[in-house]
Design a protein around this ligand. Structure first.
Ligand SMILES: *[C@@H]1O[C@H](CO)[C@@H](O)[C@H](O)[C@H]1NC(C)=O
Ligand SMILES: *[C@@H]1O[C@H](CO)[C@@H](O)[C@H](O)[C@H]1NC(C)=O
Length: 212
């Protein structure tokens, strides 16, 4: 009986690991998949609602005609078998967040794909091919953000230094107090022993007197 239970347990665990690998390979619920072709086009996807991963053996990925403004870092690199990604018909936003997609497109050899990925915003970059953006143009839009970051880090550095100074002052105060207490304790101890201390000097004086 116990043996049967054990066999059942082993079978169940094997089954559940099988299920796990199958779940990883399944098609994202809002997309349709045929063999290794994953179609997520015209699903009204935004960067926030985009599936966080795709089946690992995806060879062709349709993300066209959605509302994507950028792609999360490493989304496409994680698909080792990916041959083609359709990205046209999305309102790509050409600010800091586009650098990952630009880097990925730079490594692509597919001219038709590259020519299909254009900026929708900001206004002065509208219609430009993402792949041909100059890094400075994109970084321009990051400057405001970077300024905020720099300010935030300076403020946190200042707070850090103030806290350190307060700690140092409290340590110094504590040491001073400790020193005073030890000095007082030593004095009290010395006073307790005074009568005993006097005896030898008196003897010495007496000796001195006798010799004279
Ligand atoms: C992908 O899905 C969309 C929407 O359902 C459909 O219009 C389109 O034909 C499909 N594309 C392919 C290649 O299956
Ligand atoms: C480029 O976009 C056109 C529609 O604008 C589409 O028909 C074509 O398949 C796209 N090509 C690639 C490689 O994405």
């Amino acid at each position: 009986m116990r043996c049967h239970l054990l066999v059942l347990k082993v079978l169940l665990s094997v089954l559940s690991t099988e299920m796990m690998t199958m779940v990883q390979a399944v098609c994202p619920p809002m997309c349709s998949c045929r063999e290794t072709v994953v179609n997520c086009s015209k699903r009204g996807l935004t960067t926030a609602t985009l599936p966080s991963s795709f089946p690992p053996h995806t060879s062709e990925l349709y993300l066209n005609d959605n509302h994507l403004t950028s792609l999360p870092n490493n989304l496409l690199e994680s698909l080792a078998s990916l041959r083609l990604a359709h990205l046209h018909g999305n309102p790509w936003s050409c600010d800091c967040g586009i650098l990952y997609l630009r880097g990925w497109l730079l490594k692509e050899r597919n001219d038709a794909l590259i020519r299909n990925v254009t900026c929708s915003s900001p206004a002065h970059l509208r219609g430009r091919l993402v792949v041909y953006l100059v890094e400075e143009e994109v970084l321009e839009s990051c400057r405001y953000w970077m300024c905020n970051l720099a300010l935030a880090s300076q403020i946190s550095l200042f707070i850090f230094i103030v806290v350190q100074a307060l700690l140092l002052v409290s340590v110094i105060l504590f040491l001073r107090r400790f020193e005073r207490l030890t000095r007082e304790a030593r004095r009290t101890a010395a006073e307790t022993f005074t009568p005993g201390d006097d005896a030898p000097s008196n003897e010495y004086v007496m000796l001195k007197d006798r010799s004279m």
